[in-house]
Design a protein around this ligand. Sequence first.
Ligand code: ADP
Ligand code: ZN
Length: 520
Amino acid sequence: MDTPLDALRRVFGYDSFRPGQQEIIEHVVAGGDALVLMPTGGGKSLCYQIPALVRPGTGVVVSPLIALMQDQVDALTALGVNAGFLNSTQDFGERQRVEAAFLAGELDLLYLAPERLRVEATLRLLEKGDIALFAIDEAHCVSQWGHDFRPDYLGLSELRERWPEVPRIALTATATPDTHAEISTRLGLDRARHFVASFDRPNIQYRITPKSEPKKQLLDFLRTEHAGDAGIVYCLSRSSAEKTAEFLSEHGIPALPYHAGLDTRTRALHQSRFLREEGMVVVATIAFGMGIDKPDVRFVAHLDLPKSVEGYYQETGRAGRDGQSATAWMAYGLQDVVQHRRLALEGDEIHRRRQSLHLDAMLALCESVTCRRAILLDYFGERAEGSCGNCDTCLAPPETWDGTVAAQKVLSTVVRLDRERRQKFGVGQVVDILLGKKTAKVEQFSHDSLSVFGIGTELTAAEWHSAVRQLLARGLLAVEPQYGALVLTDASAEVLRGQEKVPLRRDLKPRTSRSSSTAK
Ligand code: ADP
Ligand code: ZN
């Protein structure tokens, strides 16, 4: 029988293990349960593939990534590994062939969609064969508090009852300390050894910049720093993915859209062009990238705010898997906050609370004045020492200013508008009033007669937007879900009473002269 190192060299053609792999593999080969936390690209697959090859029987891999099973099996087959999968995309004949191969003991690895294990027939099939181990990939999907919950994962607790002797290895790239504990409980992994690799990706430079003209900002970023590089741009909507890809192409950057609205053939084509051609940019909704292994992605850009820090970490983690330097760049603005606050108010109570906590953490990262990497690592339960020197706040520490009075002006305006029950007003109206602009809408509602009209000329519209964004991010102001109107929160009162100071991050370079107040 092969040793793990033999299998690594002979089957996979690699010389040596990556950090952590060998220990995990030896533990599972010896029959132990394991819970593995390793960042994307860390090399989790080998942690179950090699034990499956070394131990007698078939390694059964539970994975939610049905779309990738064919590719994974093809890749293994090309290496001479006997692998198959069972999921809903197969016809009866294909399924039967795989089942027969499994029963005959011919498979090294069998990939299963989690819902298969809800079917009694599948469990009976597995009972008739010889199982080397169970691998539960994307194990965070069992967490109801995570961002990727799949109810079918709850059924996986059965595995221990039915196969107490078979080692189980659960793997994930996203787990806060809470999710980590939840995975362990829900999967019954109380005897499992925990392997936690560092989540730090030192070669990725994290940068988050205020959004003004996103497409143009993106173009500048690509032209100045990533000309000719391959990368992924994430957008929230299909239409903005389309438009952005078009915009980049028109400006000489080869770019392709990728989202769930495209047919399967087009998506497969765009994906394979991204993998094969040099310097290709894919503009995608979140549907892109799960399980894609392209080592030389030099940048990941976000034109919209991800829903959670886990999502942000996972998506940015697709950059720089080869260890060479890469950039995670994001443009984020007021509309993102408004939109996400509104989304976070949909659904049932649990869903709302979860979304809202995820959003708070994401916004805290965006508005941070300290090291972004330290915040990310802290989120995943890792202590980081000092400043990393490779994120925007470390490279150019942001200035803060005392925004207490500005905050009071915003909140006072919101209070006055809130009294007008018939009509709801968003940030645009608030800023116009503060700046004393007599727009049609201001005149229509006689807002120029409010005492707050024109009391905010010391800041620009952009600075007011920045202030409002930061107030929203900190919960000192809220968005009313139905109309997107600004409303006060409980915390607003303390600011209005002057009981709370509000330091704000300065986004834009301070102007050299302030038009009216300084030029007498
Ligand atoms: P993860 O599932 O953790 O995101 P993968 O298992 O897909 O990561 O591995 C990421 C990449 O690293 C793959 O291309 C894989 O072949 C490669 N890899 C994994 N382990 C090793 C190793 N010991 N030596 C060289 N390359 C490795
Ligand atoms: Zn830093």
